[in-house]
Design a binder for this molecule. Sequence first.
Ligand SMILES: [Cu+2]
Length: 116
Amino acid sequence: MKKMIVAFSAVAAVMTAPAFADDGMAGMSMSGKPSAMKAPSGAAMTDAEVKNVDAAAGMVTLKHGALENVGMPPMTMAFKVKDADMVKRVHEGDRVKVRVENVKGTLTIVAMERQS
Ligand SMILES: [Cu+2]
């Protein structure tokens, strides 16, 4: 009886291995550090220019292009940043790509990458 259980376990392991591999790949692309600045895959980034950085308030003023996911036309406005660290990585005049999302009713920069 014990041999049977071992045999079944081995078969189960072989059969589920490919599924685990797929899940592992998907999990990797979605995870990463909470403070990662990369947007989730598929999230469109919008070109913007940094007009002002208020590190104390965690706000960045951007002259941004159209933000289709939140239905906003191009304009200059201040945004809250998701992570306080994000304000330290950009400076007035920087060209960036941003992902803005409505986080609990507040338009928030959830990803910001400097353009070189
Ligand atoms: Cu705007």
